[in-house]
Design a binder for this molecule. Sequence first.
Ligand code: KG4
Ligand code: ZN
Length: 352
Amino acid sequence: MRVLGIETTCDETAAAVVRLRPEGGGEILSDEVMSQIAAHAAYGGVVPEIAARAHIDAIDHLVARALKRAKLEVKDLDGIAAAAGPGLIGGVLVGLMTGKGLALAARKPFVAVNHLEAHALTARLTDNVAFPYLLLLASGGHTQILGVRGVGDFDRLGTTMDDAIGEAFDKTAKMLGLPYPGGPAIEASARAGDPTRFALPRPLLGRPNADFSLSGLKTATRLAAESVAPLRPQDIADLCASFQAAVVDVIEDRMRVGLKLFQERAGAPHALVIAGGVAANGAIREALARFCAQAGIRLVAPPQNLCTDNGAMIAWAGIERLRLGLKDDLGVAARPRWPLDPKVERSLNGKA
Ligand code: KG4
Ligand code: ZN
């Protein structure tokens, strides 16, 4: 089975072709990504209108290149998958309409993929992880701890009550005068910093649910910065190190609770999987590796290019659905909000 995947929900335009391996897992035949970071950097965040226009300019070209690199034509595909949300509606429409158009013209099955499900299932593409598993999904727009029980079968164990983790990195970086995206900038600066210089709060530490709250930490970092202004490079490094150390402590504590909730509901997970751009952070990865070693759980961290937004994860989610006989009508709508767990009416941060 070979499926084309299209991703346009945020600031990456992406198209990829993935093949289902007979033994399970996927083979990425092509994986084209065009990042719009440069177009948004001056604004310190993603500008929806700029994103949508950039997707329109790039998408046809990227799809053609993905097919060419895979040495396939549309007629050779077994299906076409496009992310239908959650995300910035203008961008989502670009990818969704492109996918529908191709599917209609070539008479191929179409799958409207939930972008979060695609992140969540990536560990099965790369490592063929069996259900159920525990997932930390942390990006610029989403922060969730999920029990992944099957395709389309998710149990949300925790979410953020305010900022997403990546968003907290981005906003803190902006406040300290560091470039966008803030995560890599803070991580780099933190390497030269003292994580104990500023005593920053660890919000919700020890709470019995697995939720996050990051906005208080962001504010505390701002107040700490104001207390030593004007900032010298060493102050910035110390602030970054102190902020990152607080985030790491919070994630470790929240995962401990998430694992406990998972075990109560579903027994032992086959793995702890991390996904989303924040999973690129070395200090967070190290903390989760320690946590998993202590808990006796396998840690699965897909390679960085598959943690951030990409087309291969959309193609793979399409494969997972098509092989269960799940496909979508071409009338399917774009969804700016689309929670994975139907018992969650809408996420508290309004992002999913
Ligand atoms: O998944 P992603 O590429 O896009 C979405 O938000 O969907 O994630 C981007 C987010 C940004 O907020 C960025 O600052 C954060 O991931 N990020 C990091 C690191 N690399 C990227 N956060 C912390 N440390 C990093 N090394
Ligand atoms: Zn994403």
